[in-house]
Design a protein around this ligand. Structure first.
Ligand SMILES: [Zn+2]
Length: 201
């Protein structure tokens, strides 16, 4: 849009915004000019919060969900049933499943899925830590809530085979979710249906 050279810092901010998902040149310029006009406190609050997510957020030491301390807010909540573990691929899935209000248990975030073609093997995920949790804790049910994609199914099957010899009920979300879809984008009613209809593997 602008062929006119902008002053260095402003151009740099625009270039940074352009790297963000869903932000084109026009939006990048609009946001940058908005911040330039905005009150200093408001603009710096944005800068601070970007710094905070990089410096303060780390994986929960138990479930690998996003945390700003040793444990995430869910693991640290004494009202959650520690005996039910819902296994998901990524932290965004936790947020979406929490939106249903149906999960009373806790989570385990795999940090991806098994995809041999992309070079992602079971050891690249947090599967060993999950098995360890199931061995050491008093776990009643493991709900495999990986995506209904080929990779998600492969991952679920792999985990269920590892849990076979443990005294743990292993369930998989029902097919309320369309094959190939992602939990990240599923709406609340689809997730509710998938959770209510989960079946033992
Ligand atoms: Zn946690």
């Amino acid at each position: 849009m602008s062929d006119v050279p902008l002053t260095g810092p402003l151009q740099r901010l625009i270039d940074e915004f352009k790297k963000l998902p869903g932000i084109g040149s026009r939006s990048a310029e609009r946001i940058a000019f908005h911040l330039l006009k905005a009150d200093k406190t408001e603009a710096l609050a944005l800068a601070e919060s970007v710094r905070d997510i990089k410096e303060k957020i780390r994986p929960c030491s138990r479930c690998f969900n996003l945390a700003d301390g040793e444990l995430c807010a869910i693991c640290a909540d004494p009202r959650r049933e520690q005996s039910q573990i819902v296994v998901v691929e990524q932290p965004k899935d936790v947020i979406n499943l929490e939106g249903t209000g149906l999960i009373t248990g806790v989570y385990h975030v795999l940090m991806g899925h098994i995809a041999p073609l992309e070079g992602i093997q079971p050891d690249d995920l947090t599967i060993a830590a999950l098995i360890q949790r199931c061995r050491s804790g008093d776990i009643r049910e493991v709900v495999l809530a990986t995506n209904p994609t080929m990779e998600g199914d492969t991952t679920a099957l792999h985990i269920s085979s590892l849990l076979k010899n443990l005294d743990v009920k292993v369930t998989r979300l029902a097919r309320g979710l369309a094959p190939g879809s992602q939990i990240e984008y599923a709406n609340r009613s689809m997730l509710e249906e998938a959770l209510r209809g989960r079946r033992e593997l």
